[in-house]
Design a protein around this ligand. Structure first.
Ligand code: CP
Ligand code: NVA
Length: 330
């Protein structure tokens, strides 16, 4: 039977089968080809979506806006300070108001429970544009990028280095398990994903013929990897005070030339972005001044190297988000 996800929410990959994820990736490839060849695809004219952001964004916001506009959809953006949600209006009330006006709702914010609650009340598809626990639209872009680079997903060795218990580490572990990719979290024990999620990912991985491994050892973690992935060490919503501890914990997990050398010669470097790989940002400069660290989770050398595919990944946010909007609203 064909895959049909019309009317569904997109809140976390745990809710999706490998076949449904495959369908979204194939659809994204079709949209990417159409866009590249200038073929119009305004299939959703007359529909409207709203983008609700409680945290800042460049890629996710722009990807939803461009994808929506390419599909002929009307797009409203609500920034972190311009909606009543949370402050004057509850999540259920906001969901029911927006659900009366829009055909789909994107939400970026804090606890996963907020987006789950929005979805319970909205009556229209809700898409998770990042919460503290999960970042599912980023997963589709990452899977598409890996498939483009290697021509397959099954059997690849994927290593995530850094803060493995955050939205990116959690989501990548699940995404790999679903798609038959061997996943290694290379991180200090304190920053391993929650045990319930590790157990769940291991169960899924077993069904799909791959493994989930956690190690504190950089050499073991990076050896023979096809993909080395990292994320910023302090995520949105975390207090500035955690920088010191985080730097102490994660310094040895920085992705540098020595780490890339441990991986396979054809390995690629990936990052969801934004990234602190130099001192050209306000925070990058502040950290350099305070802690004497000019590069954080990845060195500038690796970030700018031929192995780095971070901008292909960023572009794929748009094609994959377009697939999610289309497949759930068509
Ligand atoms: N990767 C990502 O979600 O980027 P933004 O925070 O810019 O949306
Ligand atoms: N872990 C990062 C991901 C950014 C896309 C954050 O939440 O800030």
């Amino acid at each position: 039977m064909g895959v049909n996800i019309r009317g569904r929410n997109f809140l976390k990959l745990l809710d999706y089968t490998p076949e449904e994820i495959r369908y979204l990736l194939d659809l994204a490839k079709q949209f990417k080809n159409m866009k590249r060849n200038g073929v119009p695809h305004r299939y959703l004219e007359g529909k409207n979506i709203v983008l609700l952001f409680e945290k800042t964004s460049t890629r996710t916001r722009c990807a939803f806006e461009v994808a929506g506009m390419d599909l002929g959809v009307g797009v409203t953006y609500l920034d972190p300070s311009s909606s009543q949600m949370g402050k004057k209006e509850s999540i259920p009330d906001t969901a029911r108001v927006l659900g009366r006006m829009y055909d789909g709702i994107e939400y970026r914010g804090f606890d996963q429970e907020i987006v789950e609650e929005l979805a319970r009340y909205a009556g229209v598809p809700v898409w998770n544009g990042l919460t503290d626990q999960f970042h599912p639209t980023q997963m589709l872009a990452d899977l598409l990028t890996m498939e483009e680079k290697f021509g397959r997903l099954k059997g690849l060795n994927f290593t995530f280095m850094g803060d493995a218990r955050n939205n990116m580490g959690n989501s990548l572990m699940v995404a790999c398990a679903k798609m038959g990719i061997n996943f290694t979290a290379c991180a200090p024990k304190e920053l391993f994903p929650a045990q319930w999620l590790i157990d769940e990912a291991k169960k899924i991985a077993k069904e799909n013929g791959c493994f989930i491994r956690l190690t504190e050892d950089v050499e073991e973690g990076a050896k023979d990897a096809d993909v080395i992935y990292t994320d910023i060490w302090v995520s949105m919503g975390e207090p500035d005070e955690v920088w010191e501890t985080r730097i102490r914990l994660l310094k040895k997990y920085q992705v540098n030339a020595a780490v890339m050398k441990l991986a396979k010669p054809a390995a690629i470097f990936m990052h969801c972005l934004p990234s602190f790989h130099d001192t050209k940002t306000t925070i990058g400069a502040q950290i350099a001044e305070k802690f004497g660290l000019k590069e954080m989770e990845v060195t500038d050398e690796v970030f700018e190297s031929k192995q780095s595919v971070v901008f292909d990944e960023a572009e794929n946010r748009m094609h994959t988000i377009k697939a999610v909007i289309y497949a759930t609203l068509c």
